[in-house]
Design a protein around this ligand. Structure first.
Ligand code: ACO
Length: 311
């Protein structure tokens, strides 16, 4: 049976078709997906923190409503992604536990602080912009539930990017101090946003196999390049500069060249030593502990309803 399953799986991948939860799949394919999809879900959940922190300080009622909607979207993305991960056979509680105990990874970017209102703009423009660039190709990921979850997520992410761009545009056309605040936010978020795409290709142990399985469609460096090419003209339209003196159009390559990123910093953040790793995890744990009674009550109520239906 495994042999038939293997052949069918290989054929699905070769024909660029979708693998669905009930299909036979190799163990490593399943493991890779649980790893990537759960890390992605954790990123959405932890990613609520830098922005959630600004909801009470948004500069107008309208901006507050928009920011609340956006943070709620991130929660929704996390939940779709946990659902997609669950279809691979790992229960959601196990995934939560991995995040709670600090065993799980989530995106490096969310370990940086959102210091000013302009950071909310930079997060929307650069962080969500990088997220979409990475996620649009994931809509075609070979695993059905993951690819389908990505479609809606990408639509919401493009709204997020627009709202970030608009915050920065308003600030950069405001007073000198506001423009400076926007520039400072871009200066701090540019490098870490480029690192969201993961390590350089020659240091990315998972890329080759994930690309062969049609999970990833482009390499980390290819997507990073695509993102740089996209944001250079956007930065010009904003009237802001990107903090890289080596950023230059290369006619021969048909792309912008850009300078080396600080990979020591990246690996240190991924290992848990970024500016806010401890705080992010502590906040997650506290929220989870404080919500335990709600989950227990909901489970007890559901059990009671089920019992009543049987009686
Ligand atoms: N932050 C933290 N860890 C990272 C990052 C990052 N920016 N980039 C790579 N890593 C980790 C990988 O998870 C992997 O760790 P593991 O092997 O222990 O699981 C290791 O570094 C090596 O990297 P790669 O071999 O390149 O890993 P992979 O093939 O999984 O590629 C990538 C990494 C591009 C992030 C991929 O997993 C992906 O596309 N994920 C889905 C998108 C996503 O998670 N986005 C989250 C941020 S967007 C948002 O939430 C708004």
């Amino acid at each position: 049976e495994a042999r038939v399953g293997w052949e069918r799986f290989e054929q699905l991948i070769a024909e660029d078709k979708r693998v669905e939860p009930r299909d036979w799949m190799p163990n490593n394919y399943r493991k890779t997906l649980v790893r990537q999809v759960s890390q992605h879900a954790h990123s959405e959940i932890i990613g609520m923190q830098p922005e959630g922190n600004w909801i009470t300080r948004a500069p107008s009622l309208k901006r507050k409503a928009v920011l609340m909607a956006k943070v709620q979207d991130e929660a929704g993305h996390g939940l779709y992604l946990y659902s997609a991960a669950e279809t691979l056979g790992t229960p959601r509680d196990e995934l939560y536990e991995q995040l709670y105990t600090g065993k799980a990874k989530y995106s490096s970017i969310f370990n940086y602080p959102a210091r000013t209102w302009a950071d909310i703009g930079a997060i929307g423009w650069l962080v969500d912009g990088a997220a979409i660039t990475n996620q649009v190709p994931l809509c075609r990921a070979s695993y059905g539930p993951y690819g389908r979850a990505m479609v809606r997520i990408c639509k919401e992410e493009s709204f997020h990017q627009r709202q970030g761009w608009e915050i920065l545009y308003t600030l950069s056309h405001g007073t000198q101090a506001q423009k400076q605040m926007a520039q400072d936010a871009v200066d701090r978020f540019y490098g870490p946003a480029l690192q969201m795409f993961g390590p350089p290709d020659d240091e990315s142990p998972n890329s080759k196999q994930s690309m062969a399985w049609n999970i990833k469609r482009f390499s980390n460096d290819d997507l990073r390049q695509r993102f740089v090419d996209m944001i250079v003209p956007q930065a010009e339209a904003l009237g802001l500069t990107l903090p890289d003196p080596e950023l230059k159009w290369n006619d021969e390559r048909g792309h912008y060249d850009y300078g080396d990123l600080d990979w020591d910093e990246f690996f240190s953040v991924v290992k848990g030593n970024g500016p806010l790793n401890h705080q992010r995890l502590a906040h997650y744990r506290a929220a989870r502990d404080e919500g335990a009674w709600v989950r227990e009550a909901a489970a007890a109520y559901a059990a009671k309803q089920q019992q009543a239906a049987h009686d």
